[in-house]
Write a protein of this length. Sequence first.
Length: 182
Amino acid sequence: MAMVPADVVNEAGVTVVDVREYLDHDEWEVALDLLADLDTGWRPPTAWWDRLIDSAEMMGLSDAAARCRWGRWESIHRTVRAGLRLPSPAEGGCQTPVPGKGILRPLWDIGRRTAAGRPGFARGTHLGGVSAGVAAGRHRVGPPWPAVPSLWRHLQPGMTISMHEGRPTLGTATITETSYAR
């Protein structure tokens, strides 16, 4: 925890002090989850993620280890974070949640156009990453996993992209943060 800057606070208001309290009460799994969420507002070094991965594996938490592996990758290669919204079934959306294990690999309309003027789609997984699926009509904030990150570098906070697995649009995402590896 010494690697985390003292002023880092995640979206839920959790700080290192909160994590330390859980550790003091031997709540190791909760502490690990909270540490993995303390990646907002700073770019954790790969050594930090390596320690979280090792801890998750020692506790037999394969989903947490996978999530931390993604955090490590993102720490090196991050491109964008965005809020995903899936239309509800009444709006023509899916009847079931979008899976959260990287199973869905949709195309994203990221604003590029072909020579013929049609949308230039880019491949990537959904925004759920390795966490729980996203229910229709709900929002989720997280990173898309671009197959070719260089195609996504023009995106800026406030821009909207759409997720497709065919027609109609499966969901829309509003870019909330961008940072690119040099």
